[in-house]
Write a protein that binds this ligand. Structure first.
Ligand code: AMP
Length: 394
């Protein structure tokens, strides 16, 4: 069985082609600057990398060229070899609590819910429509970022605001990165060889969210109505006092969406360091004595520790903590700083074991009360697995 996982952005289309007999990636790549001058694509296969500039008017062009190239490069011999396509979908509100076979209704819902993910949902529709045009009979599955978090209870997902905002407008916590947190939970179940455990999954990359998981189900998560809430991120503020918005509107003569834009794009590590959103740059600048970079790093670590501590109590203790995504998988110093602050919870890490990047590793000591792991996330594989499961049960 061969399955393609697709992550469509407004001007990009990322793909991975899996051989599901052993879950290996046969080819992967990215189509960029779709509909913009200078469009190009990269395809990685068989240890090789093809990079080419090509005119991509729309997402259908990208899908057409992708399928042609898979055949030209002998990655597959015919399009019949592709059994299904799985799409990463961002916002399914409270209607979708698991992956679904894509129908007209799903596409209509993506459009209907676009206020909640204005950049992502319309782009997801473009990706689906492109495959419908180029491969009209292909079996397609949608995997929502929000679905995993649908197990949160009312006390968790409601905000303490007028109840009518929830009833009339759907104002509640939805959570994101659900596919990543679900992948982490399923990997931990394999590592611990059991399905009943309390887990805190820390997906910390440019965006970041922390999720409390009991027996494979989400109990709480740090992102909210939108991905702006929760921990401090590369360019996003995370949780702040909402009155800051009207105060800055008055001071700077901005409207609400301009200030929200500042909170999304000019805050977080970038906002405090006044230098970069990238943790690698921040750490380099600290070494050169930059105090604002140090402040940004410390605030970042504090916000992660605060959520872990909160979820430790919510879960009544914890069996495992996982670090994943760009910073979690790669930043040895950030993992060390976070774990040092978790010592009161009985968390101890082995500094030699922590000295790794991007591979599944247990970094806690034998006498740590909590197992701490680094696990590279794999949302693409999770999407392919869901597509396979829907194919097999159709
Ligand atoms: P992601 O959004 O998961 O792709 O993560 C991207 C972020 O990971 C970048 O913005 C960097 O801050 C961070 N990152 C990647 N590699 C490293 C590294 N070696 N050390 C520290 N941070 C890293």
């Amino acid at each position: 069985m061969k399955i393609i996982s697709i992550n469509a952005g407004s001007s990009s289309l990322k793909f991975s082609l899996f051989d599901m007999s052993n879950e290996s990636v046969i080819a992967s790549g990215l189509f960029e600057r779709i509909g913009i001058e200078g469009s190009c694509y990269t395809i990685k296969y068989n240890g090789e990398k093809l990079e080419q500039e090509v005119e991509l008017v729309d997402h259908s062009d990208a899908v057409r060229i992708l399928l042609e190239k898979l055949i030209d490069l002998n990655i597959i011999s015919s399009l019949d070899e592709i059994d299904g396509v799985g799409h990463r979908l961002v916002h399914g509100k409270d209607k979708y609590s698991s992956s679904v076979v894509i129908t007209d209704e799903v596409i209509e819902d993506l459009e209907k819910f676009k206020d909640f993910a204005p950049l992502h949902n319309p782009a997801n529709v473009l990706g689906i429509r492109a495959f419908q045009e180029v491969l009209p009979n292909i079996f397609m599955v949608g995997v929502f970022d929000t679905a995993f978090h649908q197990t949160m209870d009312e006390v968790t997902y409601l905000y303490p605001v007028p109840y009518s905002w929830y009833k009339d407008y759907g104002v509640r916590k939805y959570g994101f990165h659900g596919t990543s947190h679900r992948y982490i939970a399923s990997t931990v179940a394999k590592l611990l060889n059991k399905n009943e455990f309390r887990l805190i999954s820390c997906h910390i990359g440019n965006g970041g969210s922390i999720t409390a998981i009991r027996d494979g189900k989400c109990v709480d998560t740090s992102m909210g109505l939108t991905p702006l809430a929760g921990i401090m991120m590369g360019t996003r503020s995370g949780d702040i006092d909402p009155s800051i918005i009207t105060y800055v509107m008055e001071k700077e003569g901005k409207n609400a969406s301009e200030v929200i834009d500042d909170l999304n794009k000019r805050s977080g590590l970038l906002g405090l360091s006044e230098y970069s959103h990238d943790m690698r740059d921040i750490l380099e600048h600290i070494d050169e004595g930059d105090e604002k970079a140090l402040l940004a790093r410390d605030k970042y670590v504090r916000s992660i520790v605060n959520y872990i501590a909160q979820y430790y109590l919510l879960l009544g203790g914890v069996d495992a903590i996982v670090f994943t995504a760009g910073v979690g998988e790669n930043s040895i110093p950030i993992r060390k700083l976070v774990c040092e602050k978790l010592l009161p919870l009985g968390v101890k890490i082995d500094l030699d074991k922590n000295n790794i990047r991007g591979e599944i590793t247990k970094i806690s000591t034998e006498d740590s009360k909590v197992a701490v792991y680094v696990i590279p996330t794999d949302e693409e594989l999770m999407i392919a697995r869901d597509t396979l499961s829907k194919l097999e049960n159709r």
